[in-house]
Design a protein around this ligand. Structure first.
Ligand code: NCD
Ligand code: ZN
Length: 347
């Protein structure tokens, strides 16, 4: 007698926050995402940043060229907001069929955020133009103030900045990216309809103990940094709770092994290889597998006012081994949960 593995079939999902880099790295990592997701919002933090429509279109061409043969994966491009971004560029972006959002990085907040914004007041005319044209604002929601404890930077961003922005821009679609705290979960939950949030698999699975498990663990270092267990539980509650304001965004952020295992290691976890499987684990553990589809496949496109995907993917409750290392464009990289296994597997 063969026993059928428990399985779940959902509409093809999308990743609403993804780093794929460029060049050889892009060619190595893109197939992992293209296998699981129909579309992804592509982060613009290259060096130099993807700050204009022209640069976004050129980057899009490089991504399309890196797709595996036969893949219909669609990159949804974003612009990197700098203090030089003009309202005219926003209007061009809103008229461009391939640019879907603008990403705000506080200057210095994370990888390649040096060209970000030092003072939000300087970009208010740009936000006005985005509100007029309906181009969504994606926010790295952390203050960079060295006096603020790194574990408090998201909550302080909400207090100081986001609470003001939502009042000032009632019509601007805003996404608080990769939320990590109970404060962010509640703020978005109770906030206006034009405010949503993405949640990563790693922030749903790990708390900050994972940074120090048996020693210093650079592959668990990302930004915003992992938080306390209470925060993780709040994220699981909102992700699996059926509220359409929360959706899937992996923030998969590949760095070569040598850049992670270093005196001053880079922030970012590479979850793209098994992203959907990891989210399935979270929803399964929460007894909410029936809500995975909305989180992964419906809430994002509904917020961005894009059609939902057609087609489906199937996941089985079966293990999948994760290698110790993968190739990142000719250099070794360490995937999330390297040497371990997932509890679900894409069929
Ligand atoms: C991201 C990266 O490496 O580009 N790193 C990360 O830890 N998430 C940048 C970011 O999204 O903060
Ligand atoms: Zn990111």
């Amino acid at each position: 007698m063969t026993t059928e593995l428990p399985a779940i079939t959902i509409t093809r999902p999308d990743d609403w926050h993804l780093h794929v880099r460029d060049g050889a790295m892009l060619a190595s990592v893109l197939p992992d995402t293209a296998r699981q997701f129909a579309r992804a919002i592509i982060m613009p933090n290259l060096k130099p940043p993807v700050a204009t429509v022209e640069q976004a279109l050129a980057y899009r061409d490089r991504i399309l060229a890196a797709r595996p043969a036969g893949s219909d994966f669609t990159p949804l491009m974003t612009l990197y907001l700098t203090e030089q971004t003009t309202p005219e560029e926003i209007r061009r972006a809103s008229e461009c069929a391939h640019v879907y959002a603008v990403k705000y990085y506080p200057a210095g907040a994370t990888t390649n955020a040096a060209s970000g914004v030092t003072d939000l007041e300087r970009v208010m005319p740009v936000f006005e133009a985005m509100q007029e044209t309906g181009l969504p604002l994606l926010m790295h929601g952390e203050v960079t103030d060295g006096e603020i404890d790194i574990f408090d930077r998201e909550a302080v961003f909400i207090d100081r900045h986001l609470s003001v922005l939502v009042k000032r821009f009632p019509e601007l679609p805003m996404v608080l990216e990769h939320i990590t705290t109970a404060e962010a979960a509640s703020f978005v939950e109770d906030g206006p309809a034009n405010l949503a949030a993405t949640i990563t698999a790693h922030h749903l699975l790990l708390n900050r103990n994972a940074l120090f498990e048996g020693g210093l663990r650079p592959h668990h270092y990302c930004l915003p940094i992992l938080k306390r267990e209470l925060n993780r539980q709040a994220l699981v509650r909102v992700a699996t709770g059926g509220n359409p304001k929360f959706f899937l965004g992996t923030d998969s952020a590949p760095h070569p092994k040598s850049a992670k295992e270093s005196d001053c290691g880079c922030a970012g976890m590479y979850t793209a290889r098994t992203a959907l499987e990891l989210y399935a684990e979270v929803f399964d553990q929460a007894g909410a597998l029936d809500r995975l589809e909305a989180f992964a496949s419906f809430n994002g496109p509904d917020f961005y006012r894009l059609p939902r995907n057609t087609g489906s993917v199937t996941l089985c409750r079966d293990t999948l081994d994760i290698p110790d290392e993968v190739d990142f464009g000719g250099q070794p990289g360490v995937p999330f949960r390297a040497g371990g296994r997932t509890a679900w597997r894409m069929a």
